[in-house]
Each structure stands twice: as structure tokens, then as C-alpha cells.
Design a protein around this ligand. Structure first.
Ligand code: ZN
Ligand code: MN
Length: 165
């Protein structure tokens, strides 16, 4: 029931996004629709290359450049956000509301978490620097549950190996 409701919400978001693009004069193509739907469905924060790899079986003639150009288009329409991390490949976020991220330093996975936007930090920054704040990003860096588990298993494996000696 809950899954069905979530599915419907995603479907509605896709329809709204298609309308928004149409209003901007962006023509819908099967490839464009597939990239858009992928971005609005995923909770991961994929790179253009990851999206390309996921969709290329269905669209063999599609190139990474097509994916990238579409992501730029969606970004300009306010439908996705681009997350840059130094000189690493950009990651794209289908959730455009204000939220924060936890980043795994082992596998690179990125998870969303909701927290009251830290507007007071922006106000403090404005006071201390004279800047007009536009936005801010915050990531918590750590080890994700999967990698914690992997580490724990490896460690217990070592214990068994030591005991067998
Ligand atoms: Zn991890
Ligand atoms: Mn996110």
C-alpha cells in the first residue's frame, strides 16, 4: 500500500516534470523521458556515466554526452541538482528540496537525510563576511552501514583465522 502510494507520487512527479519541460519548450523523446524517470525514481546520486550504463541496454544508440546534456537541461529547469565533489565526476540528485547528505568514504555511496535547513549559519556567514548567502551544502563524511558490516565481517574473519592457527 505504502509502496503503491510512493510509486504514484513518483509517477505524478514525472508527469509534472514533463509539463515543466514542455512549458520551457523542451520536446520529450523516449531517451529524455527515460533519463528523467530514472532521476526522479532513484535515491542514489548517480553520475552521468552510471545513468548511461543503466539505460544503454534499452537505448543502445544513446551516448554519455546525451545523458549529460539532458541532466544539464533538467538542472536548468530546476528538476535535478548537481553535486560536485572537487575534481570527481558530478553526481546528480533527483530530490531538489533542501536536504543534507551523508557520504561514505569507503564506497562513495551518498544517502539523503532531512534536517531543518541551517539558515542561522547562512546569517552568521553574512554577518561575518558581508556576503549575500544564496545556498549552502553540508555533507557528513563517514562509513556507511554496508561498509561497517563488511569491516565487521572481515574483522571477525581475522579472529577465526587467528583462532585456527
Ligand atoms: Zn560504504
Ligand atoms: Mn540528495
Amino acid at each position: 500500500m505504502k509502496a503503491l502510494k510512493a510509486q504514484r507520487a513518483v509517477h505524478e512527479r514525472i508527469e509534472e516534470a514533463v509539463e515543466k519541460l514542455r512549458a520551457r519548450g523542451v520536446r520529450m523523446t523516449p531517451q529524455r523521458y527515460a533519463i528523467l524517470a530514472y532521476m526522479l525514481k532513484t535515491r542514489a546520486h548517480p553520475t552521468a556515466d552510471e545513468i548511461y550504463k543503466a539505460l544503454s541496454p534499452d537505448f543502445p544508440s544513446m551516448s554519455v554526452a546525451t545523458v549529460y546534456n539532458n541532466l544539464k537541461l533538467f538542472k536548468e529547469a530546476g528538476l535535478v541538482r548537481e553535486l560536485t565533489f572537487g575534481d570527481q565526476a558530478s553526481r546528480f540528485d533527483g530530490q531538489v528540496h533542501e536536504h543534507y547528505h551523508a557520504v561514505c568514504v569507503v564506497c562513495g555511496r551518498i544517502d539523503d537525510f532531512e534536517y531543518t535547513p541551517l539558515k542561522f549559519v547562512e546569517r552568521e556567514a553574512a554577518r561575518l563576511t558581508g556576503y549575500t548567502p544564496l545556498e549552502h551544502r553540508m555533507e557528513i563524511y563517514g562509513v556507511c552501514p554496508n561498509c561497517q558490516l563488511k569491516r565487521a565481517t572481515e574483522t571477525s574473519g581475522d579472529v577465526h583465522a587467528a583462532a585456527g592457527r
